[in-house]
Design a protein around this ligand. Structure first.
Ligand SMILES: NC(=O)c1ccc[n+]([C@@H]2O[C@H](COP(=O)([O-])OP(=O)(O)OC[C@H]3O[C@@H](n4cnc5c(N)ncnc54)[C@H](O)[C@@H]3O)[C@@H](O)[C@H]2O)c1
Length: 249
């Protein structure tokens, strides 16, 4: 019960890494709001958490839309009694390289992956401050740290989130709000599955990882749990890579 008495909002919590974070947080005693644009999946995830004895609600939240954030944060406070933890996890992949990416793809990738966390933090922080502090966990990527031919807009969006994390950590430290980023390597989720369905590609990706496997959503969820909990009360403005050793080589 490492999050007993806390209220968490997890964006993109309908499936993949966000769903694992919502499940682990609820198991550890948090009341959880899942904010996503996938209504059916989000409601199903919230119900499954309820069936296992946790408390979770679904709310339709488009992280690119400021009005949606205002409504969402208000709903969490009204229904769950406050807000202590925000996990900015919602994200979209974009594999196109520098010459191929369209302006629309560039913009939509930055809108979801970096503007979303900026808007969310802006609207969640005052609620956290009212309760004496809180924790914001931003799900970035190792793509924020290393280059590559593909995914140019994705890398830029996750790099922006990496530096935004540090700016927010400084901005909100005096209010007791901690802000940190997590940088996963490949994790098997609905986002990565279509790409990794090719068995040759899958073998190539596994070969890059010293620990010999790709990440599981729960691997990321347990790290988010630590950063969200009071155990991390002196931890802010940092970035943690979780990639089985891939970028340590
Ligand atoms: N899977 C990986 O290999 C990997 C690696 C590093 C980082 N990440 C990051 O982890 C996070 C979760 O990714 P995942 O792999 O679980 O992907 P996923 O596609 O399974 O889940 C992403 C969720 O975000 C939601 N979402 C997308 N746009 C949204 C919007 N505008 N508003 C609200 N919700 C929205 C989707 O509906 C979905 O439920 C993302 O930020 C991703 O970039 C994933």
């Amino acid at each position: 019960m490492r999050l007993r008495g806390k209220v968490a909002l997890v964006t993109g919590g309908a499936r993949g890494i966000g769903a694992a974070i919502a499940e682990v947080f609820a198991q550890e005693g948090a009341k959880v709001a899942i904010g996503d644009i996938l209504t059916m999946e989000g409601e199903a995830t919230a119900k499954a958490i309820g069936r296992s004895g946790g408390e979770a609600i679904f709310l339709h939240l488009d992280v690119t839309d400021e009005e949606s954030w205002k409504r969402g944060v208000k709903a969490v406070v009204a229904e769950l009694g406050g807000l202590d933890i925000l996990v900015n996890n919602a994200g979209i992949g974009m594999r196109a390289g520098l010459e191929e990416v369209s302006r629309e793809e560039w913009q939509s990738t930055l809108d979801v992956n970096s503007k979303g966390p900026y808007l969310g933090t802006k609207h969640a922080a005052p609620e956290m401050a009212q309760r004496g502090g809180g924790s914001i966990v931003n799900i970035s990527s190792i793509a924020a740290m290393v280059g590559g031919d593909a995914s140019v807009a994705y890398r830029a969006s996750k790099g922006a989130l990496r530096s935004l994390t540090k700016a927010m950590a400084i901005r909100y430290a005096s209010q007791g709000i901690r802000v940190n980023s997590i940088h996963p390597g490949d994790v098997i989720t609905p986002m990565s599955e279509p790409y990794l369905a090719d068995s040759r590609r899958l073998r190539e990706r596994i070969a890059l990882v010293p620990l010999g496997r790709l990440g599981r959503p729960r691997d990321i969820a347990y790290l988010a749990l630590y950063l969200a909990s009071d155990e991390a009360s002196y931890v802010t403005g940092i970035e943690i890579v979780i990639d089985g050793g891939r970028t340590a080589q």
